[in-house]
Design a protein around this ligand. Structure first.
Ligand SMILES: CC(C)(COP(=O)(O)OP(=O)(O)OC[C@H]1O[C@@H](n2cnc3c(N)ncnc32)[C@H](O)[C@@H]1OP(=O)(O)O)[C@@H](O)C(=O)NCCC(=O)NCCS
Length: 177
């Protein structure tokens, strides 16, 4: 591990506080149930089992984040490094509680994650074509990082089944550091 990576790894445990008062930190297993509830309450995210959020907080905490505002959990990001491209962070789910939206919590979580992982040079996410808030979230992130944003089809409705809308892959990078 290089010095810069060691420093980043240590700082990953220190919460980041935004000027708007949003605190972002790594999740722990005690956040799993809250992340499940936040995902459920969006009404738009595919809801995974509580078990999967718990497992995520145990095994992928380094690439995930939770956001707090005034003492309550208001958002989370679940992410992972792609096994065959570990410098690419795939953001799986992002959720911010309705009452806390538009205050930069989503952006702060993405920024904190990437700041904590200095070797990550690309971010990917899959976004439904009609999800304007999510499109805006990732477009804003790309702009802050001076990065290009490319779109391609990740999974079509035929693969997703159950009338699911296609998932469009957004690939952002290289990231400016
Ligand atoms: C998408 C989501 C996480 C955004 O979280 P948020 O905390 O409200 O986002 P932020 O306040 O950090 O805003 C980030 C950017 O998106 C823009 N934005 C946020 N909500 C928006 C909306 N409803 N319409 C248009 N733009 C919006 C902001 O203006 C900001 O743009 P900027 O970077 O150019 O300033 C939130 O709307 C959400 O949880 N939605 C439901 C779940 C979901 O769709 N998740 C994404 C699936 S991929």
């Amino acid at each position: 591990m290089t010095d810069i990576m060691a420093a980043a790894s240590r700082s990953a445990d220190i919460p980041v506080v935004t000027p708007a008062g949003v605190t972002v930190r790594k999740p722990s297993t005690s956040d799993g149930a809250t992340m499940w509830r936040l995902a459920r309450d969006t009404g738009v995210l595919d809801l995974n089992s509580r078990y999967s959020y718990l497992l995520w907080t145990r095994d992928f905490a380094e690439t995930s984040a939770v956001a707090w505002l005034r003492g309550g959990a208001v958002g989370f990001v679940t992410g992972f490094r792609r096994p065959e491209r570990p410098a690419t962070l795939f953001v799986w789910q992002v959720a911010v509680a309705e009452a806390a939206r538009g205050r930069g919590a989503g952006a702060a979580m993405l920024d904190a994650l990437v700041d904590r992982l200095p070797d990550v040079d690309h971010v990917e996410a899959s976004i439904a074509p009609d999800n304007s808030p999510s499109q805006a979230l990732f477009a804003g992130f790309a702009a802050r990082r001076g990065a290009a944003l490319a779109r391609s089809l990740l999974f079509g409705s035929d693969l997703l089944g159950n009338g699911h809308r296609p998932e469009i892959l957004v690939r952002i990078g290289p990231l400016r550091r």
